[in-house]
Design a protein around this ligand. Structure first.
Ligand code: MV4
Length: 509
């Protein structure tokens, strides 16, 4: 039984709202945007077929305003809601509200979101499905008299995780000589105040793992397949910064074992939709289940670039009740993709958020380049939301080609008015660890302990501006140089070209 979807409400903003609106247009589905008080001229609003105001700028009044969003879906006649990522994407109560209102939530069933959102339940489900898990407890630690014995059985260092946590929230490393009971008690208190749920469990702490995740798709007819992996070890405070596929450590054999494990937990949990199964991979390439993300992820384009599959389009098909349009054997990754997340943050100031107006915005282009961006020249970066500006996604036949193109694209990218993480992406592409593919979750601390990210080379225009200023300075101070002012020449460009002239005539760059 299929329900054709002709109109979708996109309950998000920025680049991901635009990504989903584009998929709607490709599928000939009418798109409905929602926007907050500070987003009335935002690009996602302009691109959608219709747009509705949902509340003032703060998220909880607008993009998290569940009742109002359901009301807009009803008023506009949208049969389905796509939540994007963040905001309401993994909110089981919202998925339930959609189900109860007769609106299709484009994502797994509310009960699946609730099950897998509890990290301890997810771990139990993984164990039941036969996935490898890090040695640890499959129950929450409430009985303090058992703590010591549990910890000793697992072996130090242990990692205390909050059942209600996830994505790195509510974790604490406890080493052999730390005061055990006190550490647990304070982890429980922290989890209680952060999540309203103080349940914690133990895992052995792996010291330098890689973070590798498997994209999966499952339909309502019992078909479940995987689309290979994404390597996400370049992270900063549990925020991914650069992702790539294939993982530099992947082999055909490991991929097929990890892919099977991902499909196994999907089947065990009755999962329907697109999702991601996260794993830690040890130095000896042993892999362990971590958690399941029940949403479309920021980094999904990396997989789209190597598989040629439009994951959002597949989400629509699954939500309509159609069967997946291909089988596991039809998925054949080709080439290599790298994603750089471009944030409005200053990498030279500890990644401090940088808000304001984008005064100049120019994207790179060329072979293998895809940019999912949420801004235009003149766009404001508000303080209220995730500061992602764009995702630069690069494809090449080989990892080397993808890295070369990434570096070239980063150099070409021009964003003025706010600080961005472009310099950081450049530094990563030039780093030893990344070039060799030899990196783990401690990459940033190991490679850049002093946070001394090498800047991009100045672009041609920037060099011309520098030359013009230097030229002006030298002429005012009557310094005689080869760039001294001549009567008919008041252009920095000419000075710049003259300074480079000899090499140019010789055919150099
Ligand atoms: C771990 C771990 C080491 N050992 N679990 C962080 C995010 C959350 N999904 C789980 N995380 C980790 N779990 C065990 N048993 C190390 C991390 C971890 C991490 C994982 C992926 C990417 C970056 C990370 C950075 C610090 C810690």
């Amino acid at each position: 039984m299929t329900t054709p979807i002709t109109k979708i409400l996109v309950a998000n903003r920025g680049e991901i709202a635009i990504r989903v609106i584009r998929a709607c247009r490709d599928a000939k589905i009418t798109s409905v945007a929602i926007y907050s008080g500070c987003d009335d001229t935002a690009y996602h609003v302009r691109l959608a077929d219709e747009a509705y105001w949902v509340g003032p700028a703060p998220s909880r009044d607008s993009y998290l305003n569940q009742r109002r969003i359901i009301e807009v879906a009803k008023i506009s006649g949208a049969q389905a809601i796509h939540p994007g990522y963040g905001f309401l994407a993994e909110n089981a109560a919202f998925a339930k509200l959609c189900e109860d209102s007769g609106i299709i939530f484009i994502g797994p069933k509310s009960e699946t979101i609730a099950l897998l959102g509890d990290k301890l339940e997810a771990r139990r489900t993984a164990i039941k499905a036969g996935l490898p898990v890090v040695p640890g407890t499959d129950f929450d630690i409430t009985d303090m008299s058992q703590v010591k014995q549990n910890a000793q059985e697992i072996g130090f260092p242990i990692l205390v995780k909050a059942a209600a946590g996830g994505g790195g929230k509510g974790m604490r490393v406890v080493r052999a000589d730390d005061p055990l009971e006190e550490s647990i008690a304070s982890a429980v208190r922290e989890a209680g105040s952060a999540f309203g749920d103080g349940r914690v469990y133990f895992e052995r702490y792996l010291e330098r793992p890689r973070h590798v995740e498997i994209q999966i798709l499952a339909d309502m007819h019992g078909n479940a397949i995987h689309l290979g992996e994404r390597e996400c070890s370049v992270q900063r405070r549990h925020q991914k910064v650069i992702e790539e596929s294939p993982s530099p450590i992947m082999t055909e054999e490991l991929r097929s074992r990890m892919g099977k494990a991902a499909v196994d937990i999907v089947k065990e949990s009755g999962y329907i939709g697109a999702g991601t199964v996260e794993f830690l991979v040890d130095q000896d390439r042993s892999f362990y289940f971590l958690e399941v993300n029940t949403r479309l992820q920021v980094e999904h384009p990396v997989t789209e670039m190597v598989t040629g599959i439009d994951i959002v389009r597949e989400q629509f098909r699954i939500a309509e009740g159609q069967e997946l349009s291909f089988r596991q054997e039809d998925v054949r990754p080709y080439g290599h993709a790298i994603e750089c997340r471009i944030y409005a943050e200053d990498p030279h100031q500890d990644f401090m958020p940088s808000t304001g107006t984008i005064t100049e915005y120019r994207e790179p282009a060329g072979p293998g380049i895809r940019i999912d961006s949420g801004v235009l020249s003149g766009s404001e970066i508000p303080i209220y939301y995730d500061p992602i500006i764009a995702k630069l996604v690069i494809w090449g036949r080989t990892r080397e080609e993808a890295m070369e193109r990434t570096l070239r694209a980063v150099m070409e990218y021009r964003i003025s008015g706010v600080h961005t993480t472009l310099d950081f992406a450049c530094a990563v592409m030039r780093s030893r660890g990344f070039i060799l593919g030899d990196y783990a979750t401690d990459f940033i601390d190991r490679e850049f302990p002093k946070r001394d990210f090498v800047c991009r080379d100045a672009t041609v225009e920037e060099r011309a501006a520098i030359a013009a200023i230097l030229y002006e300075h030298l002429s005012r101070h009557k310094v005689t140089t080869t760039m001294a002012r001549t009567p008919q020449d008041d252009s920095g460009w000419k000075a710049y070209h003259r300074a480079r002239g000899v090499r140019r005539l010789n055919g150099g760059r």
